[in-house]
Unconditional design. Sequence first.
Length: 145
Amino acid sequence: MKIEKLKIRSTLLGMTMSVAISVLGLTSTASAQMKDVAKADQLPTKNEMIVAYYGRPGVKSMGVLGQHSIESLIPIVKAKVDAYKKASGNQNIVPGFDIIYGMASASPGRDKDYIINISHDKLMTYINAGQNMALWSLSIRNSGK
């Protein structure tokens, strides 16, 4: 795993919010290192539910995240969280994004791994939006590995 990717994932874990992490495509060593970075108050609690929309930002055919801008997506996710709170009576519901970070490709690409990753800038847009909202969950999926 490249250092930059590990830094991005470490940044995600270091945020002061609940964080859900998909470690698909990572080695067990990298997975263990990333889990060690998360602090207990950053992980979902026993009674906490995460409501997240899934997708690949900018790719309309890959989920809700691909169909909306970040600005229009935030109220959509918040409305869904409010609906879950009302229906369940559980107030410990955290909104989130479930981002497809790595996407399989028919061509080898610059890393020769047949994976197209989201740009650092685009990923940071979602991370920063989450930080600004205070209580966000962010799950990164590497669907190509």
